[in-house]
Write a protein of this length. Structure first.
Length: 261
């Protein structure tokens, strides 16, 4: 099956799954997970179950790697779907209405298809390798200001592991004093999508899981931006990694600040 044809079937699937986030009971029946303030809800499981059933019908030969699955093992030598059923679970629990479903296809050693859906704004971010990044079907482009003083920067706090919070907040202070402004939204996949469409000029977080950035990595690449770890290496899809996303000129500036930590 061609990637373009597959994308046409994945987008309505992710959109339908996203509607599970907007129900009256969404975010309830939560269970604590390992780490500080880390929870999973019945909505996470419901989205995962729906996507898994649909993917099994559509591509039974391709396994699913998901945040809420028991087995997180990922073999980069084989194709896999990578799912974050609800990115922004804390937002969902507190009814902040800023969460998303994120799905990516890893194939032939790279992410080739991505869909990120925010049901509260009915915004579908999607990308196919070589086909550009899109928001509700319209091509999007990453911003790339040459001056950090003109940049709006998003960040994450790695809330489930606060042992290295001083690193994040040292960098945050440096960026805040040099940038136009900063934003913390609580959904890394939407932050990456916002970098891809220019709403944010850049984004950084010390530690994220592969399902947090798999789909966003393709969006940003297809939108003309750069996504790397803090060592300017490709992000890992086998283990947690740091993330830095921005347009080429701004990425270099933020990378210099990280190196000065």
């Amino acid at each position: 099956m061609k990637i373009e044809s597959l994308s046409e079937q994945i987008i309505p699937m992710v959109r339908q799954a996203g509607h599970l986030l907007t129900g009256r009971q969404a975010g309830q029946n939560r269970q604590a997970k390992e780490g500080t303030a880390n929870y999973v809800t019945a909505t996470d499981y419901a989205v995962q179950a729906y996507i898994q059933t649909e993917l099994q019908r559509l591509t039974p030969q391709i396994p699913l790697v998901s945040e809420e699955s028991d087995d997180h093992l990922f073999d980069p030598d084989h194709a896999a779907w990578i799912l974050d059923p609800v990115d922004g679970t804390t937002n969902l629990m507190f009814q902040l209405q800023h969460s998303a479903v994120s799905l990516a296809l890893w194939l032939d050693g790279r992410v080739q298809l991505a869909a990120i859906y925010n049901p509260y704004l009915d915004e579908m971010f999607s990308a196919c390798e070589g086909g550009g990044a899109r928001l509700n079907g319209q091509i999007i482009q990453a911003a790339d200001p040459s001056d950090l003083r003109q940049a709006l920067i998003g960040f994450g706090t790695t809330p489930y592991d606060r042992s290295q919070a001083d690193i994040t907040f040292r960098l945050l202070q440096t960026v805040f004093l040099r940038s136009f402004e900063i934003r913390r939204t609580g959904s890394a996949v939407l932050d990456l999508a916002y970098v891809a469409c220019g709403r944010l000029s850049g984004f950084f977080e010390l530690t994220l899981q592969p399902w947090d950035y798999a789909a966003g990595s393709l969006l940003i690449r297809e939108a003309g931006g750069i996504l790397s770890n803090w060592h300017n290496e490709p992000v890992s899809l086998k283990k947690p990694d740091s993330v830095l996303a921005a347009g080429p000129k701004l990425h270099a500036q933020l990378l210099d600040l990280i190196r000065q930590l």
